[in-house]
Design a protein around this ligand. Structure first.
Ligand SMILES: Cc1cc2nc3c(=O)[nH]c(=O)nc-3n(C[C@H](O)[C@H](O)[C@H](O)COP(=O)(O)OP(=O)(O)OC[C@H]3O[C@@H](n4cnc5c(N)ncnc54)[C@H](O)[C@@H]3O)c2cc1C
Length: 259
């Protein structure tokens, strides 16, 4: 089994996001970058399949130099090699350009059996890249997987839907996107971290992928971004329990107007 995992680096969910002066993106300074949590499920699933069936796990990430930390983390967990897609034009592209670059890199890997992604990149939350990849690679796709079983060149994938669970079967290769609950991701140990230092990260730019400016030119653009309004200060209600309850009712009725 040759398994590709698309790994995106995203701001730590604890980050206090600041909007850039342009109003169309976030300030990157001071941001702690992590692997998108859904991609951690995808990496873990790839490693479990490799352990059960044998094979190879190749990570692919598009982004600036900092994404190599995400790739090294996946290599420390047990992935075999990684491809870093780095080009000035990638930073200004949209989901279609991102998927085009990832698809070109996956095609360059050669014969593959499975592409695993997160169901969405936390932060951007577009949830578009997996479907775009399936289309660009002309592969079947199953989304939001909570269980994956590989047998006889086919995958059985379970998905959770509102109030029920669906079981799908697909031929391989296919694109499968990971949902929370798929597995419990492992942590890297010291041996893995040391081993990762010797594993290869192949860096490719747009030209190496055969992509030109027109292919990567964004067709969509973020025109505005704003933070939610600041929460009003907490108001403490004084007095004995009866007085507090009366005051709370009055505030909910007269000020908040919710009752
Ligand atoms: C400077 C800058 C400018 C940008 N301008 C635009 C713009 O004009 N218009 C626009 O639409 N977007 C823009 N983006 C967003 C950027 O293109 C996003 O990375 C891309 O749209 C994917 O968004 P997402 O995380 O929401 O993807 P999703 O579709 O939510 O991601 C789902 C899954 O796809 C895979 N994936 C997604 N991105 C990557 C990646 N980079 N590497 C590896 N795997 C990945 C992961 O497995 C992920 O879990 C910009 C970003 C930057 C940094």
């Amino acid at each position: 089994m040759k398994i590709i995992v698309c790994v995106k680096q995203v701001p730590d969910t604890e980050t206090r996001v600041k909007i850039r002066a342009s109003g169309t993106g976030i300030e990157e300074e001071g941001v702690n970058w992590i692997v998108s949590p859904y991609d951690e499920f995808a990496v873990e699933e790839a490693l479990r399949i490799k352990e059960a069936k044998g094979g190879e796990v190749v990570l692919v990430s598009l982004g600036p130099d900092r994404v190599q930390a995400a790739l090294r983390n996946g290599l420390a967990l047990g992935a075999d090699s990684a491809v870093h897609l780095k080009d000035a034009s990638f930073g200004a592209t949209d989901t279609l350009g991102t998927a085009r670059a990832l698809a070109a890199a996956i095609k360059a890997v050669g014969s593959i059996d499975l592409v695993l992604t997160g169901q969405q990149g936390v932060g951007g939350d577009n949830g578009q890249v997996p479907a775009l990849l399936a289309e660009l690679l002309d592969l079947p796709q199953v989304t939001m997987a909570v269980k994956v079983e590989i047998q006889d060149g086919r995958a059985t994938v379970e998905r959770e839907i509102e109030g029920a669970r669906e079981v799908w079967e697909t031929s391989l290769p296919a694109v499968v996107s990971a949902q929370k609950g798929l597995n419990e991701p492992r942590y890297a140990n010291l041996k893995g971290i040391m081993a990762a230092k010797k594993k290869p990260i192949d860096v490719k730019d747009a030209a190496a992928l055969g992509l030109d400016g027109a292919t990567l030119a964004p067709r969509t653009r973020v025109v505005a971004m704003e933070l939610p309004p600041a929460r009003p200060a907490v108001r403490m209600i004084e007095g004995d329990p009866e007085a507090q309850a009366k005051e709370l009712l009055r505030l909910l009725h007269e000020e908040a107007k919710v009752i």
